[in-house]
Write a protein that binds this ligand. Structure first.
Ligand code: GLN
Ligand code: ZN
Length: 763
């Protein structure tokens, strides 16, 4: 009998109930006991959804008011000093301590600087970064995982609590103050984990699932040794341990991990199918193997027959010691496909969200246990039909797109002349001053703009009415830029709801859900588009808007596009072709757009690529391959134009050192980057590399409502000019201004333009 189990379920609720409740609590519209009751109701509902789907074991401990890493910090008592007032761990205060750590404030308690937040491995989920300091000790504080497990057992569920392991928690933390070897903290950490295991056993748990995704990274040797030490000490706490790895294969760590003194091992066979046979070979005879075969990172329905075939050797060798599950927590997919009513039937039949994925796991579990009942067989027949329909559908596979991709030549990724020549031609044509000023694209998305869009979506505004109201918005945005004295203007992106969705909606090969929400951080959710088929551009996407904008002014108007890698990274991608191929298709579609913009008279075109860095694979050895195709796709999208047309790109992150050669290889004429918070230190990488093209280092942080002072921005630019020749510097904010209000934007930009004028007089 193969056990089917859940490694984690979305907590946000199929109608984002958790978001609504926590936000109401933050606003003061819901009291703590009502929020607690809503959490309890959601947990119970989610366990029932897993059980109804046929899962043998449901997950507990995966619930979080904000984030699961933050839950662990509270479990361990790792609460930074600034959130402590002597009562911060009292039962009544713990929830607000948690929210203060996450957001800097809560209905009660003193506000303090929130903890940092960063991306969870290569996902779009963000966790709250634990803060570590020398000599830190831990004590069991929040008992939520134990209480919630007891809650599930009381309600009659067959559970399996899920913890994030001590190594992963420690690895992902950040040292504050004096530096030290963080492995020194392990002893105290293991004591608390040991206690938690004992308490879980008392609450009635027999198996505990411990996630150690760090084991798929390039882990230094001392950490692998520490891993043996940790799990030696965590055995014999009255529960069996299922050690879980995901997001990749174990590679060199296989032997160590397979031999750890734990009763079970979970592996990700979606990302790393090749590891199955190695592990089967080396797995000690007493051990249970949990195979993660249903993709927890994507929304496709699985090919059950193919998986059953793949698992044959495992079934023969392991019998009852084989468990099945999704590759990783289902946190990364939307909750329930059955809520979707607008999706067309064919596409819908290809998809599977968290509930459906639980059903797939359960069916596999039954089939592996030898069940050949009608209901199980029907499931397989259905899955076979879906696999066949996706393989043969003309909506997925398009000869014309396939041909365009195979016709890509290296020459198409090359501008006509080297940068030096383009530079002087563009100089002459655009006639820009020293230190040209520009912005990154968006201007405030006012409530009026959002209201118009929502009316339009509800069909309460005609096409023409919507068009006119957006045109008015664009006109006024241009007027404001003219009076501010900016050099290169933008239209402001008023007509765009989101920089990826806007393009996806106009491209063939994309589908959109109504309720396909996925948690991004805290109460914030995103609804990624789905790339289901070959991509093409049926018609120009931005040309009318840009032409209209250019007609309103004598200044240079910058056309604004989202780059192929960013569209890819922020969508659910196909699992039947390599991501590289979808990216090439996107690049070809954008290339057509770029050429059309040029032909319509747009002389400067920006192709945003804020996501290139986050697409990096988890292991360094895989970086060059990814970066090669990512850079090539950007170049493919940008290189169809004449030398005189100036291509900009924009990125907003803080690490360029290790990828600077690839950034340079993108060969954008101008790159604008986020730098203000790093005091221009980010430019060091560009300086050392002798980066040849133009750079616009952001001079103020758009995340803050504070208006930047002139002296501050000027000093930043003087620093920049010590690293990069002044003739190659632009002046611009760090990123787009869509989240800001007009008054602060006008004041900030007016200061910025003034700084440019002063600098021109001095250089
Ligand atoms: N052009 C986009 C904007 O200004 C860029 C956004 C981004 O970098 N994330 O909003
Ligand atoms: Zn940005």
């Amino acid at each position: 009998m193969a056990t089917s189990h859940c490694v984690g379920f979305p907590r946000i609720g199929k109608h984002r109930e958790l978001k609504k409740a926590t936000e109401a609590y933050w606003r003061g519209d819901l009291d703590q006991s009502a929020l607690m009751a809503e959490g309890k109701r959601l947990r119970s509902m989610h366990w029932r959804m897993q059980q109804n789907a046929g899962m043998d074991r449901v997950a507990t401990g995966d619930f979080a008011w904000y984030d699961q890493m933050l839950n662990h910090s509270l479990m361990l008592g790792a609460i930074p000093q600034r959130f402590r007032d002597g009562n911060e761990t009292n039962a009544d205060n713990l929830l607000d301590t948690l929210f203060r750590m996450a957001r800097g404030r809560a209905p009660t308690g003193k506000p303090a600087a929130a903890c940092e937040m960063t991306k969870w491995f290569d996902t779009n989920y963000h966790y709250i970064v634990p803060e570590l300091h020398k000599g830190q000790t831990f004590q069991l504080t929040s008992q939520s995982v134990i209480e919630e497990t007891a809650e599930a057992i009381q309600q009659g569920f067959n559970t399996k609590p899920v913890l994030i392991g001590p190594l992963t928690w420690l690895w992902l933390g950040k040292i504050k103050g004096e530096s030290f070897d963080r492995l020194e903290l392990l002893n105290s950490l293991i004591d608390v984990y040991g206690q938690v295991l004992e308490e879980l056993a008392k609450a009635g748990a027999d198996w505990v699932h411990i996630d150690e995704p760090v084991l798929v990274l390039d882990l230094p040797q001392p950490w692998l040794q520490a891993c043996e030490n940790v799990y030696n000490r965590l055995q014999n706490h009255n529960v069996k341990i299922m050690l879980a790895t995901y997001f990749g294969g174990l590679n060199d760590a296989t032997t160590t991990v397979v031999n750890l003194p734990v009763e079970g091992l979970h592996v990700d066979l979606v990302r790393a199918p090749e590891q199955l046979l190695q592990e089967l070979d080396r797995l000690p005879a007493y051990k249970t193997l949990s195979v993660g075969v249903i993709d927890g990172r994507n929304i496709w329905r699985s090919d059950l027959s193919a998986i059953l075939e793949q698992l044959k050797p495992a079934r023969e060798k392991l019998g009852d010691r084989l468990w099945v599950s999704s590759s990783c927590s289902l946190l990364h997919v939307p909750v329930d496909l059955s809520t979707e009513e607008q999706l067309d039937d064919e596409i819908k039949s290809w998809l599977s969200f968290a509930v459906q994925k639980c059903e797939e796991v359960a069916v596999l579990g039954r089939a592996l246990s030898g069940d050949s009942s009608d209901s199980t067989r029907t499931r397989f027949t259905l899955s076979d039909a879906v696999a066949c329909s996706r393989k043969t559908s003309r909506r997925v596979h398009r000869k014309d797109v396939e041909q365009s991709v195979s016709a890509i030549t290296p020459g198409m990724m090359q501008r006509q002349s080297p940068y030096a020549k383009r530079h002087s031609l563009q100089r002459e044509k655009l006639n820009l001053p020293l230190f040209p000023t520009t912005t990154i694209g968006s201007f405030p998305q006012t409530s009026e703009i959002r209201r118009q869009r929502s009316l339009y979506r509800k069909n309460q505004l005609s096409n023409q009415q919507y068009l006119e109201s957006m045109q008015q918005e664009i006109q006024s945005t241009i007027k404001r830029q003219e009076s501010l004295g900016l050099d290169v203007l933008v239209h402001g992106e008023a007509e765009r709801n989101d920089m990826v969705e806007y393009f996806g909606e106009q491209l063939d090969g994309f589908a959109f859900t109504e309720y396909g929400w996925v948690q991004s951080y805290g109460s914030r959710c995103v609804k990624p588009p789905i790339i289901y088929g070959d991509i093409s551009r049926p018609a120009p996407m931005t040309v009318t808007w840009s032409v209209f904008a250019q007609q309103q002014t004598d200044k240079v108007m910058k056309g604004m596009l989202t780059g192929p890698v960013t569209i890819l990274c922020w969508s659910f991608t196909r699992d039947d072709i390599p991501e590289k191929v979808s990216c090439e298709q996107l690049a070809l579609a954008l290339r057509e757009e770029v050429v059309d913009l040029e032909q319509a008279g747009i002389q400067v075109i920006q192709i945003d690529e804020p996501a290139i860095r986050e697409g990096l694979p988890l292991r360094k050895a895989d970086w060059p391959e990814y970066l090669d195709w990512a850079v090539n796709c950007f170049r493919l999208s940008a290189s169809g134009v004449k030398d005189e047309t100036q291509i900009h790109t924009h990125m907003c992150y803080s690490e360029f050192n290790d990828i600077i050669e690839y950034i340079a290889a993108m060969d954008a004429d101008v790159i604008t980057i986020e730098t203000s918070r790093s005091d221009m230190e980010l430019l060091d990488a560009f300086e050392e590399f002798e980066y040849p093209n133009e750079i616009g280092p952001g001079v103020y942080d758009i995340h803050s409502p504070n208006v930047p002072e002139r002296s501050w921005m000027k000093q930043l630019m003087q620093k920049a000019a010590e690293k990069i020749p002044a003739e190659r510097l632009w002046i611009n904010p760090d990123c787009g201004l869509k989240t800001r209000d007009w008054p602060e934007v006008e004041e900030a930009l007016s200061n910025m333009v003034q700084v440019a004028r002063e600098l021109r007089a001095e250089y």
